[in-house]
Design a protein around this ligand. Sequence first.
Ligand code: F6R
Length: 592
Amino acid sequence: MCGIVGYIGHNKAIEKVISGLESLEYRGYDSAGIAYLNNNKINIIKEEGKIINLKNKLDLNINSNLAIGHTRWATHGEANKINAHPHQVGKITLVHNGIIENYEEIREKLINEGYKFKSETDSEVAAALIDYYYDKDILKAINKATKEFIGSYALGIIVENDSNLYAVRKTSPLIIGCGKDEYFIASDVPAILKYTNNYIALDDLEICVINDEIKIYNNLKEIKKEVQIYDSDESSITKGHFKHFMLKEIYEQPKVIKKTIESYFNGDINSLLTSFPKLNKYNKIHIVACGSAYHTGLIGKALIEKYADIKVEVYIASEYRYNKVFYDDKTLVILISQSGETADTLAALKKAKQDNIDTLAIVNVYQSSIAREAKYVIYTMAGIEVAVATTKAYSCQISILILITIYLAYKNNKLTKKEINNIYQDMLKLPDILNNLIKKDYTKIAKNIYKHNDIFFIGRGIDYYLSMEGSLKLKEISYINSVSYAAGELKHGTISLIDKNTPVIAISTDNKLYDKTISNIKETKARGAYNILISNIENNEFDNLILIPKFNELLTPLLSVIPLQLLAYEVAKLKDCDIDKPRNLAKSVTVE
Ligand code: F6R
């Protein structure tokens, strides 16, 4: 949430910062701004809306070797030019990602000291506090101010009459990109990939000072940190021949699911037992996550309970933190997160840790906060996901949950080595099956539903959990109000909303529940609904059938989600929505 980028080096700083911001635009796009040093003077330019508006106001060729930039997802104060970053107070100019929770208190104190504020933001207050403590030693001032902040922050700072770039973080992510004779600071790796794969991950409260070299301080003492190499290139952050990142990422699923599975499992259960943390002792699992990751948790629950016979409870992270939860030393808390930075999930993780409960993170972003905080980590291998609506990370999370299911089922004597090897043989068939499903044409069905204001998704059991994802995908990118219901629950109230031609999308892949689900669809058909059935059983009684292959039940959720993703995509395309950057959203939700 909010993207920050900074540059110092021998090249054109403005151009580099804008290019970095463009790759981070998925983090927020309410307004954008840049501060750059030119002829020893700090210039600030800000614009409302997307980065293109800012870019149109800038001369990218201006001679500058030091700049900081920001793309905003508004938290404190509306999305306007005044609240946009960078903020300048006294000698300090900064960009900020995160939330300073005690900013009102600090603001009061500074107002009493004579400071005046122009914006409604906590970020301007952060700049003012550093300025307040700045006498001769900027390092001391940053150190003192950041110790006073409660909350989360990644800050990129430039200072009047000073040629250095400064950076500091707590909880919010920040990396330092190390190019040839040039350095970057950035909220995420995509901002630097065009220029370098080398980076340093800053830890909480470390302050970085960059000029011709990088110096990092912890509590004002210089420390050494290793430069790491990010294993990916620029192609992962460009659309290639695809119209949208979302479509590209849907197409990448066969490859990344295979990569995720093969990173841990080769058909022999021992490969899984040795590559995963030891999970033998747990007899109760809590899965905690937000949004789509929460939906994968529900799929995980259905699979683990069915195959491994272990009780799983799934919680929305923002609720988990404040509810009374019941666990003991045999409980494992699994946190699922693509970004690894989601504030609610991170807070839930910290709660479990405080109670001395073992935590396992399923995370896509290497060394993200959740990955670093958890006792155990299993990485999904989705690669960089740029579209705000998750697709490939969702599927990779399910892949890991399938592997956890196999692990636990084997340990609980519910699956034999032979059965496990058979599952693996089916896993090998996944890429072809998924590719065939992806290549199907979903536009005809999309054309029949995209003008509706309400769309219903129904299913039973695991298909209900999938329908939740289908509904979320549709509403977040097409802005159509859609809800998902357990198919059997409709008649207890919601069926009153079904009117002539209301689209009802039903998923039925669990063949034991097939007849029951079909009856529920017919109940809506009898009331005039326009029915779309996604199933692995041929049935032409309804308006549309999306037939998916009959396949290994454990792997079937990976198949069923493809039509849901592509249907949402095609509907949003027909509505001419900004598919990769839906309104009001941001990819990495670092506020609670
Ligand atoms: C929906 C979507 C969100 C995320 C949620 C959690 O398409 O992307 O619902 O799943 O914000 O984000 P992570 O996985 O980064 O914790």
